[in-house]
Design a protein around this ligand. Structure first.
Ligand code: BG6
Ligand code: MG
Length: 224
């Protein structure tokens, strides 16, 4: 059994794809005559594609056939895929790779815990896939965040006790999922929005290596 494990959300934590999800939803919303703001988009972060569309239709008071629902889901994803098709290493968020390198050097296993069904192609595009011992994505879970399932599977695949895992998340639903998995949640983004996180940082440039060092030492100390 490994001592500690680190779990990363993907969109908005590792790569700047949250903006592309937003743009693709906004395009569909416009087509449906629904106003969709960045504030509305907060509710979509960490939430499955299917649930996002349900929320959007609820916002517009629209009821649709299953066929139409599937077709809009596909339309949004195709639009999103067009946005991400040109992605490369330049879209890795600042300092993320430094953190991954540091954890790799300390031999700490890392997992991805994301609601996205596009996680593996994105990690490949930005050349970060080799860092992860486990990738748990939207294809692997039956229950979406805030359910802790995604993180619990990740901990199991890492061979780490959930209470010895750290989770980096930019979504309210993700922080809630990490907290209910009894993991240490670290919010990346607005600290007011992510007020339920144990710690929060605007981004990884605000988090120094000393903080990570202390975190790992404290967790390992706790385990002894
Ligand atoms: C999450 C995003 O990571 O993945 C959500 O925060 C998104 O906004 C969800 O809806 C599903 O992503 P995808 O790529 O499967 O549509
Ligand atoms: Mg996210």
């Amino acid at each position: 059994m490994n001592k500690t494990g680190f779990i990363f959300d993907l969109d908005g934590v590792i790569v700047d794809t949250a903006k592309y999800h937003y743009l693709a939803w906004k395009n569909l919303a416009e087509e449906l005559g629904i106003e969709f703001t960045e504030e509305d988009n907060e509710k979509f972060k960490g939430v499955s594609r299917r649930r996002c569309l349900e929320i959007l239709l609820e916002m517009g008071g629209i009821t649709v056939s299953d066929e139409q629902f599937e077709s809009w889901l596909q339309e949004k994803n195709e639009d999103y895929l067009r946005y991400i098709s040109k992605m490369d290493e330049t879209e890795i968020l600042p300092n993320v790779q430094r953190v991954l390198e540091y954890l790799k050097e300390r031999d700490i296993p890392m997992a991805l815990g994301s609601a996205s069904k596009n996680a593996i192609p994105i990690l490949e595009k930005v050349s970060l896939l080799p860092y992860f011992k486990a990738v748990v994505d939207g294809n692997a879970v039956t229950k979406a965040k805030p359910d802790p399932e995604v993180f619990l599977i990740a901990a199991e695949e890492l061979g780490v006790n959930p209470s010895h895992c750290v989770v980096f998340e930019d979504a309210v639903a993700g922080i809630e999922a990490a907290n209910s998995a009894k993991m240490l949640s670290i919010g990346i983004g607005n600290s007011e929005v992510l007020s339920q996180a144990a710690y929060s940082f605007e981004d990884f440039t605000e988090m120094d290596i000393e903080f990570l060092d202390k975190l790992v030492d404290t967790l390992e100390e706790r385990i002894k």
